[in-house]
Structures are given as structure tokens and as C-alpha cells.
Design a protein around this ligand. Structure first.
Ligand code: IMP
Ligand code: MG
Length: 196
């Protein structure tokens, strides 16, 4: 058995949704500067795209958060691995996240940033997996609500692979793609097997 990415949201669907989110965010924040705080590494592509759709004068900041895990599940323990370079006190802040799953990461981050007294603090996430929520998080902007499937691509990884895919794919178990009669499956489609 191997794992292979299957397209779940195309690059075009993502771009259309990101454009609409940008219009909404621009309208909600008429005055800048708006601090866009992106969580490394998964949100880097979403940040690059949405920041260009936001007309409000914006500043870009990165934060590193580790949930002590390399696999498909987070351990529930969270810590800051890279902090902001700037003070956000008195400023509008929008956290730009790739995906909200259990809500543990964002609950922690909201607490950390709230203590720095921003003028406002809100969350924009490209993907939301509400089924596995352990902590309630108020998310102001959601790109797509998705079922409880593990997804990769467009910044999202599985053990650091697949981040550079333009589409968002489900990492699904696949029949042995190198097995007899299946040798050509996946050829030329960009499919990649894990643990073949
Ligand atoms: P939470 O703390 O459980 O909400 O986890 C959020 C983080 O887990 C995200 O920022 C991702 O880094 C990671 N994550 C959750 N679900 C997925 C997924 O389906 N694919 C890739 N990463 C995921
Ligand atoms: Mg993330």
C-alpha cells in the first residue's frame, strides 16, 4: 500500500476563493496598517496570494509554531519557535493560517497575541476541518470547509513533502502503483508514492 496525492481543490478553485476573501478583507479593514501574521511554514503560499488581493496597506510578519509532530497528528503541545519582528500593540492584526483542525494551535496563538494588546485580532484560514475541533476558535474568514481528510499541497505538507503542489490534494491510500498491471498509473500526473 502506498500514499498518493489526489486533487481535491484545483489551483483555479483556490485562486478564485482567495480573490473573494481578499475583497472581503479589504472591505472590512478600510484603514491600515493591517498586520498579516502568517504561521510558518504551511501558510506561506496562502499568505503570498491573499496579501496581493488585500488592498488595505499591510505589513507582513511570520511566526513559527511547533506542535511537536512530524506525522499526520499533532501532539497537542505547542510552542513558539520564531517570534514576530515587530510590536503589534495598537494595530489591526489578521492571523493568516493554512488550516484549522483541532484548534489547539490557534487557541494558543490567540492567547499569546492577545497579551500584546493589538487593536483587533482575527483569523483568516484557507481550510477549516470542523469535525476534529477540540478547542472552539472564532475564525472570521474561511476559504473552504473540508471533511476530516488529510490534505497536502499549496503549502501544506506531510512530513515536509508536497508543499510545492499548486493544487490541494488528499493523501489517500492507493493500491500498489508499481504492482503488476499498474506500472503506468500515475505516470506523468505528478503522483508520488510514499513508502512504496
Ligand atoms: P490544529 O492545532 O490541530 O488546529 O492544527 C493545525 C496545524 O496542523 C495546521 O497549521 C497544520 O500545520 C497541521 N494540519 C492539520 N491538518 C492538516 C492536514 O490535513 N494536512 C496538513 N497539515 C495539517
Ligand atoms: Mg500550520
Amino acid at each position: 500500500m502506498a500514499l498518493a496525492p489526489r486533487v481535491f481543490l484545483t489551483a483555479e478553485q483556490i485562486q478564485n476563493r482567495v480573490r473573494a476573501m481578499g475583497v472581503q478583507i479589504s472591505a472590512d479593514y478600510p484603514e491600515g496598517p493591517l498586520y498579516l501574521i502568517s504561521i510558518l511554514k504551511g501558510a506561506f503560499m496562502f499568505l503570498a496570494d491573499i496579501s496581493r488581493q488585500i488592498k488595505t496597506p499591510s505589513r507582513i510578519e511570520f511566526m513559527g509554531i511547533s506542535s511537536y509532530g512530524r506525522g499526520k497528528t499533532s501532539s497537542g503541545e505547542v510552542r513558539v519557535t520564531k517570534d514576530l519582528d515587530a510590536s503589534i500593540e495598537g494595530h489591526h492584526v489578521l492571523i493568516v493560517e493554512d488550516i484549522v483542525d483541532s484548534g489547539v494551535t490557534l487557541t494558543y496563538l490567540m492567547n499569546v497575541l492577545e497579551q500584546r494588546r493589538p487593536k483587533s485580532l482575527a483569523i483568516a484560514t484557507l481550510l477549516d476541518k470542523p469535525e476534529k475541533r477540540l478547542r472552539p476558535v472564532q475564525v472570521s474568514y474561511v476559504g473552504f470547509q473540508i471533511p476530516d481528510e488529510f490534505v497536502v499541497g499549496y503549502g501544506l505538507d506531510f512530513a515536509e513533502d508536497y508543499r510545492n503542489l499548486s493544487d490541494i490534494c488528499v493523501l489517500a491510500e492507493d493500491a500498489d502503483i508499481t504492482g503488476p498491471g499498474n506500472r503506468d498509473r500515475g505516470a506523468g500526473t505528478g503522483e508520488k508514492s510514499l513508502n512504496p
